[in-house]
Design a protein around this ligand. Structure first.
Ligand SMILES: [Zn+2]
Length: 154
């Protein structure tokens, strides 16, 4: 039993040592092994960085030169975005822009899915797409949202 629980943490050690160009350590929460399939190649840092960059671009465009104080976003659980990583990327990508120093509020609703086998609707809190009945034939109905809800400027 003990060896089963040790395996995932060993794999994550190599990811934990990843650093971004600023030299600050870039930490990830431990993830389930099933998530590595989706994120392993590009790495979670590029995932959050590219998403956050798009948000910051949109925010700066809308701000039209006015200083931005707060940005609120809704990021569905199934986007696999880690809030702490997103905050870190936000500080990184807003540097030198009108949104520098702005607070980032992240709302992270869980995903929902419907099972095609038993027709049950259920909540997903991670990327394991399995119905409680055991079927993997599920349709995601929400949880992939990526929206800017509001921003405070001026
Ligand atoms: Zn089912």
């Amino acid at each position: 039993m003990a060896s089963l629980t040790l395996l995932p943490s060993r794999i994550w050690l190599s990811v934990l040592s990843t650093r971004v160009s600023s030299g600050r350590p870039y930490l990830f929460r431990p993830a389930k092994l099933s998530q590595l399939g989706d994120l392993g190649k590009a790495g979670p840092s590029m995932h959050e960085l590219s998403i956050t960059q798009s948000i910051v671009d949109a925010v700066c465009e809308r701000a039209a030169g006015r200083p931005v104080h707060t940005v609120s976003v809704r990021v569905g659980m199934l986007t696999a975005v880690v809030p702490d990583s997103m905050r870190f990327c936000f500080d990184l990508t807003t540097a030198g822009t009108v949104a520098e120093g702005a607070a980032l509020e992240i709302e992270q609703p869980p995903g929902t899915a419907r099972c095609r086998a038993c027709s049950a609707d259920f909540t997903l809190t991670d990327l394991v797409l399995l119905c409680p009945c055991g079927s993997a034939d599920v349709e995601i109905t929400s949880g992939r949202e990526l929206q800017i809800i509001s921003m405070r400027v001026g």
